[in-house]
Design a protein around this ligand. Structure first.
Ligand SMILES: Nc1ncnc2c1ncn2[C@@H]1O[C@H](COP(=O)(O)OP(=O)(O)OP(=O)(O)O)[C@@H](O)[C@H]1O
Ligand SMILES: [Mg+2]
Length: 243
């Protein structure tokens, strides 16, 4: 049986699809057979972010209409062979996902559901930015999940800039986790390469740590702000404030 985890952004654009993809890459690289259910109904953003745009033959909609089996509605990543993506694209009634997941359960170690099929999942992760409006939305999202009966809900704080932490502009990740009363599953640094589809080793290390912590290991999360201290960090902070 796969470990099924529901991922949801605290607010639109917090980086949920990017984080799900990064964590899935890390799990797949560690030998875990991982399926991403790409809940982006409109344009299949998950496929795009994975670098698999246009590779689908069938989608979850075809599965729902009985045109294919669930496995046929997945795309195997060309490089990370343990990683599969199921695009939903145009799927009107998402209840079909639950039966698709039931069909695929035995084939995977992890099924990461990006904004879809919460009912099929045993635990959840809310993706938040470290900025105040998003943290407030995260608090609401965590409470709603708990109230809805989701037993285990953690948070991943995305787009964290260590310079802003040191300048007192955003809180420390541990303080955000305490404020929303949820365990800290991971921290992902702000990395503008991600916005242009480049996966760097820098943020990759943090995705790996989040994946390990999701898998139950107590890997320590490095202090992102340390990269912004000292003389080099001073100039890095100055450069960012000028952009
Ligand atoms: N760690 C990061 N650093 C910098 N930019 C990031 C980071 N993570 C995500 N982004 C950027 O933020 C934008 C939104 O990301 P993404 O589509 O993953 O968010 P989402 O929460 O899935 O959005 P939606 O609500 O539309 O599903 C994208 O441009 C993405 O490249
Ligand atoms: Mg998304």
């Amino acid at each position: 049986m796969a470990d099924k985890i529901f991922f949801t952004p605290a607010k639109g654009g917090a980086g949920c699809t990017t984080v799900v993809t990064g964590v899935a890459f890390a799990l797949a690289a560690a030998g875990e057979r991982t399926l991403v259910i790409d809940g982006d109904n409109a344009c299949g953003c998950g496929l795009e972010i994975c670098g698999c745009a246009g590779m689908q033959v069938f989608t979850a909609e075809d599965y729902a209409e009985g045109k294919c089996r669930a496995k046929q509605a997945t795309v195997q990543h060309p490089r990370y062979r343990n990683m599969y993506i199921m695009p939903t694209m145009g799927l009107a009634d998402k209840t079909a996902l639950k039966s698709a997941i039931g069909e695929l359960d035995g084939l995977f170690d992890y099924i990461l559901c990006d904004g879809a099929a919460a009912g099929a999942c045993g635990r959840a992760v809310v993706i938040t930015e470290p900025y105040s409006p998003c943290v407030k939305a995260c608090d609401v999202a965590v409470s709603r999940l708990k109230d809805g009966g989701m037993k285990n809900t953690g948070i991943i704080i995305n787009k964290v800039n260590g310079g802003l932490i040191l300048g007192g502009d955003i809180p420390y990740p541990e303080d955000i986790a305490a404020a929303v009363n949820a365990p800290l599953t991971g921290v992902i640094p702000e990395d503008l390469s991600l916005t242009v589809g480049v996966w760097r080793r820098y943020s990759g290390a943090y995705f790996k740590i989040a994946a390990q912590r999701l898998a139950g290991r107590q890997t320590k999360i490095p202090y992102i702000e340390n990269e912004y201290s000292g003389a080099g960090g001073y100039f890095r902070r100055k450069m960012r404030s000028r952009i």
